[in-house]
Each structure stands twice: as structure tokens, then as C-alpha cells.
Design a protein around this ligand. Structure first.
Ligand SMILES: Cc1cc2nc3c(=O)[nH]c(=O)nc-3n(C[C@H](O)[C@H](O)[C@H](O)COP(=O)(O)OP(=O)(O)OC[C@H]3O[C@@H](n4cnc5c(N)ncnc54)[C@H](O)[C@@H]3O)c2cc1C
Length: 387
């Protein structure tokens, strides 16, 4: 299976070639390591450099900033194949790096892009996006982390939780209040480089139900100072708007990853039911199995068409917030339904971690929670119906 449909408008020959090299990279460098990374609760740091060398991180970064100068289709392929080839739904936090790159590319000054994009493209820097706080997740406008002006610096105080790549991030795009008396208009995005940053601490990787290979953790800032020039965008108070403009890509990215994982799980399951026997026949030969697989495959193909349509819209610059919310909600829900269906067809072995479907079932659960919960997605979709 591939991400593309025969009628995908966005697909170019370069995408096809890139897809082949990405598959090889994930087969060699990600798939065999997932178990080990889960045990150590982080991926090997050198994976980032290798992915940079393979052109995966900077696929859509302009050439003048150290990338390959491609379009978002390259990121879409890298996200899809991570699930499809490696069966990884979030141990390696590539998706976040891709999102951070787009923030800096969209809102950074030329100087900021020169400074950070090459490091993010080569994997010299690992990045995180820190919005969620212990007391607020869905309600981003109510964050309490503050960035106060102090001479030519921001003094940051507050904490963040559940931050993907938090344990290893060299660069964090931080949502903070530059005006604590305002709600959405008080939010700004500030780039924080963590090396030698005073007053900055990371919590231990959180023990999670799934996606265990990611060093998701808490971050603490106590009078941490960063230059005023690290503000993203032309002026303070634009952070909420910037988040709303970029979140559609983050949401589509979750839908794309969901499809990759679905394709991997279906292939594994089909192999399993052809091999396993009960009552002197293959599990595949029971009508229930055939119908369940037919239902799941249909759902996968419907999702593939929708995802391709969304990638086309991204390329044309017309992907709106409510359609991206549908891709995230529908993709993650379908992924969870299919992981459950595939696990059931494995019988007891599906519950044993030696079989990829057990890990994939656990990994999938959070897809309907992060990036905005599916309830928030439905709110956004409903709002577009009530304009
Ligand atoms: C593994 C993992 C990785 C993550 N990575 C990151 C990251 O890199 N960066 C980051 O900033 N955050 C990250 N998050 C945080 C994630 O985005 C939040 O957990 C999510 O947005 C939900 O926020 P919350 O946990 O505070 O839940 P809450 O907002 O407290 O929600 C609790 C429940 O109430 C529901 N609810 C809330 N508001 C409404 C409403 N208006 N209408 C209907 N229902 C509502 C929610 O849907 C949910 O079911 C991650 C989380 C996890 C678990």
C-alpha cells in the first residue's frame, strides 16, 4: 500500500522516489529498534542525525535554510511511511519536528530561519512544541506560563506537561502569556533554546500506556531568560492566531499517521489469519474474518481518499480548520476501531507484546486525545456549520 491514490493530484515523480528511500530508512533504522526504545523510554539521539542525513527532516524546508526545498507532500510521505513501514505511531517524535519547522518557516524572520532551520533539518536540534500545562490542555487561552519583558530578554515562569520530545529537545516553541491579563490576545510563541538555560528543568519521561519510546515529559521554567528576538512573529499577542493557523497541518499529520498505521496493521493481520488455523481451517476462511477484514479495508480506503484530498488542499493553501479537524477525528477514530478489530482477529496472541498489534493498539489510543481532543475537533466542525 502507499499513501497515494491513483488520482492523487499532489503526487509528483520526486514524491515516489522519496517514498522509496524513506521506506528503506524506516525498515533499517526504526522498525527494528521500537522495542528497545520503548524500554529505554527514548529513541537513540543519533536517529535524528541519520534522519537529517537521509533528507527526511528537511523535506519541505527551503533550500536557502538547509532543506531540500520540497512541498508538504514530502512531509506527508515521511509521516505516512513511519506508520506504514515501521508500524510506529509516535515513539519517534518526527511529527512534532515537522510541525515546529513549519512554525519557524511561517513566522520566523530571515535571521531566525537562518539560525534554526538548518539545525532542525540536519537533526542537530531536536524540537518540541509546548502548549499544554498541568491545569489546562484543551483551553489553550487559559495557560499560566508567563514571559515578562526584562530589559532585552523575556523572563519565563511556569510549567508544561505531556511534551513530546520534551526530554531531549534543544529547541522548544513555547506558548506563553506576554500579557497575563488577556486571554487569547495575551498568548505569544517564543523560541527557547535549552542549552545552558538557567532555571530550566525537565521531568522524568512519563510512564505512558503507549508510544513508550517517546521521552514525553514535564518542563519547568523558573526565571529562565531568552532574548526578546526569540519572539515568533511580528509582535506579541499573536500566538493564539499562529497556533490556529498551523494546527490544521498538525491535525492532518495525525490523520496521515493513522492511515499508515492502519495499512501496517491490516497487512500484519491478513498474514496472521492466513497462517493460523482453528477447526481445521484457516482463520481467514471464517466468514466473520472475511467480513471484518472487508469492513476494515473499506474504511481504510475511504480514509485514504479523504487524506489525499486534504493533502491536495494543503498544497493549494485551502485546507480549512474544520476539514483538518475531520481528518484528525475521523483518522484517529478509524485507527482505534481498526487496531481493535485487528487485535481481536489475533486471538490471545493479540494481547501479547511480542506481536506488533498489541503495541499498535496501545499507541493508537492517544491519537484521539492529543493535537486537540476529538471532542474539540467536533466543536470546531460544528462551529463551521453554525456560522
Ligand atoms: C502522549 C501525549 C503527547 C502529547 N504531546 C503534546 C505536545 O507535544 N505538546 C503539547 O502542548 N501537548 C501535548 N499533549 C497534550 C494534549 O494535547 C492534551 O492532553 C490534550 O489537548 C487534552 O488536554 P487535557 O489533557 O488537559 O484534557 P482536558 O482539556 O482536561 O479535557 C478532559 C476531557 O474533557 C473534554 N473537554 C474539554 N473541553 C471540552 C469542550 N469544550 N467540549 C467538550 N469536551 C471537552 C476533552 O475532550 C476530554 O475528553 C500530549 C498528550 C499526550 C497524552
Amino acid at each position: 500500500m502507499t499513501l497515494f491514490t491513483p488520482t492523487s493530484k499532489w503526487q509528483l515523480e520526486e514524491h515516489q522516489l522519496f517514498s522509496e528511500s524513506v521506506k528503506k530508512f524506516y525498515s533499517d533504522e526504526v522498525k527494528p529498534k521500537l522495542e528497545q526504545w520503548g524500554e529505554q523510554q527514548r529513541v537513540d539521539r543519533k536517529l535524528w542525525n541519520k534522519a537529517g542525513d537521509a533528507g527526511i527532516l528537511g523535506g519541505s524546508v527551503p533550500e536557502e535554510y538547509g532543506g531540500s526545498g520540497g512541498d508538504l507532500g514530502f512531509d506527508a510521505i515521511a509521516l505516512y511511511e513511519l506508520g506504514r513501514t515501521a508500524g510506529d505511531s509516535g515513539s519517534w517524535g518526527y511529527a512534532i519536528q515537522s510541525i515546529v519547522i513549519h512554525y519557524i518557516n511561517a513566522y520566523g524572520t530571515d535571521e531566525q530561519k537562518q539560525k534554526w532551520l538548518p539545525k532542525l533539518s540536519t537533526g542537530e536540534y531536536v524540537s518540541a512544541l509546548a502548549m499544554t500545562e498541568p491545569s489546562t490542555g484543551s483551553d489553550v487561552q487559559s495557560i499560566k506560563t508567563v514571559a515578562e519583558r526584562d530589559g532585552n530578554q523575556y523572563k519565563i515562569n511556569g510549567s508544561k506537561i505531556f511534551i513530546t520530545n520534551g526530554g531531549s529537545a534543544d529547541l522548544i516553541v513555547l506558548a506563553a502569556k506576554t500579557n497575563k491579563h488577556e486571554k487569547s490576545k495575551g498568548v505569544s510563541l517564543i523560541v527557547v533554546e535549552t542549552k545552558n538555560l538557567e532555571g530550566f528543568k525537565r521531568g522524568k519521561p512519563l510512564k505512558k500506556l503507549g508510544q513508550k519510546g517517546n521521552d514525553t515529559c514535564e518542563l519547568f521554567f523558573e526565571d529562565s531568560k531568552v532574548p526578546l528576538t526569540n519572539l515568533l512573529g511580528p509582535e506579541e499577542g499573536k500566538g493564539f492566531y499562529q497556533l490556529m493557523k498551523q494546527l490544521p497541518w498538525e491535525r492532518l499529520a495525525i490523520g496521515i499517521g493513522a492511515l499508515g498505521n492502519i495499512d501496517f496493521a491490516l497487512e500484519e493481520t491478513i498474514k496472521y489469519v492466513k497462517d493460523r488455523k482453528a477447526f481445521n481451517q484457516r482463520i481467514m476462511d471464517f466468514q466473520n474474518t472475511r467480513f471484518k477484514l472487508a469492513e476494515m479495508k473499506t474504511k481504510a480506503e475511504v480514509l485514504r481518499s479523504f487524506i489525499n484530498d486534504c493533502v491536495d488542499r494543503v498544497k493549494m493553501g485551502t485546507l480549512d480548520a474544520s476539514t483538518a479537524s475531520m481528518a484528525k477525528y475521523w483518522g484517529s477514530q478509524t485507527q482505534n476501531e481498526i487496531m481493535d478489530g485487528c487485535l481481536q482477529l489475533h486471538g490471545g496472541y493479540g494481547f501479547i507484546m511480542e506481536y506488533p498489534i498489541a503495541r499498535m493498539y496501545a499507541d493508537a489510543r492517544v491519537q484521539s486525545i492529543y493535537g486537540g481532543t476529538n471532542e474539540i475537533m467536533k466543536e470546531l466542525i460544528a462551529r463551521s456549520l453554525d456560522d
